[in-house]
Design a protein around this ligand. Structure first.
Ligand code: MLT
Length: 278
């Protein structure tokens, strides 16, 4: 059974998250421009074994940030507030794309709480200048009233060609979800991404295992970049999904659920992890 919980905090007027299952905790963070709904196909099999916490990142779904700007560090703070509300001390934290950037900011500030970090179609580098420029152009477009055009143009690029042809209804559903985000949130998220620092050092110093879930056809988080970074932490679980682009939780939810389950079981097991051997 999934429960939806809403909390009001000083920092965030409203934080909303789903909770399912019992036991050790896994947090699933969605990307841009999505909401906690993104994980609906993955949660049930994880919730058979774990407590699964699925927040709306503030500015998405039913979570709200104050003012016009928000940083990756503040978004990570919203996750800490959810965990505090649930009295959860240790987590496997999994983030999809922008959710991965939030997970890395969380791991930087709360490394003692992290039992494992799962980066899904994501990476730990800062944006390069070309990427920052592209984001600034999109911000200008949204400011000029082009929010809908921006969403309709960007969402199809998240999926593989074959998936788009076979599941036009899912593509449309994702466009509808994206259109629910206010222009103010889209702009704040892009600025947060532009301003986020390189966090490769979090991987290099990680005292926890790191999982990499990459789509072979992903042009946004290319597998080559993810695989390069999978050399940095001491313990890495790597899966590359053929026929999948940037949305493995929709393009191949069975495999993604299985991979996260296996990783979380390892992270919470009492097997020696040899992470101090560096
Ligand atoms: C996402 O899926 O969260 C975004 O594509 C991330 C990004 O643009 O870097």
């Amino acid at each position: 059974m999934t429960e939806t919980i809403k909390i009001e905090t000083g920092l965030f007027p409203l934080l909303t998250y789903n909770k399912a299952g019992t036991g050790n905790a896994i947090v699933l963070l969605h990307g841009f421009p999505e909401s906690r709904k993104l994980w609906d196909k993955v949660v049930p099999s994880l919730a058979d074994y774990f407590k699964v916490i699925v927040p709306d990142i503030p500015g998405s779904g039913e979570s709200v940030f104050k003012g016009d700007d928000v940083s990756m560090e503040q978004l990570a703070e919203s996750i800490a507030l959810v965990l505090e509300h649930e009295h959860i001390e240790e987590v496997v934290i999994a983030g999809h794309s922008m959710g991965g950037y939030v997970a890395l900011a969380f791991a930087e500030r709360y490394k003692q709480k992290v039992k494992g970090l799962c980066l899904i179609h994501s990476n730990a580098s800062a944006d390069d200048d070309a990427k920052k420029e592209l984001r600034r152009k999109s911000i200008e477009l949204i400011k000029k009233g082009g929010r809908d055009a921006f969403i309709r143009q960007m969402i199809p690029n998240l999926f593989s060609g074959a998936f788009k042809t076979q599941h036009p209804e899912l593509l449309e559903a994702n466009i509808s979800e994206g259109l629910k985000l206010e222009g103010r949130s889209l702009i704040a998220f892009y600025n947060a991404m532009i301003n986020r620092p390189d966090r490769l050092c979090i991987l290099e110093s990680a005292a926890f295992p790191v999982q990499w879930l990459a789509g072979k056809e992903d042009t946004i988080a290319p597998p080559s970049k993810m695989l390069q970074q999978s050399m940095l932490a001491s313990i890495n679980f790597v899966s590359v999904y053929p026929g999948v682009a940037h949305m493995g939780m929709l393009e191949n939810p069975e495999r993604m659920s299985g991979d996260i389950l296996e990783f979380a079981a390892y992270c919470f097991s009492n097997k020696p992890k040899h992470v101090d051997a560096k």
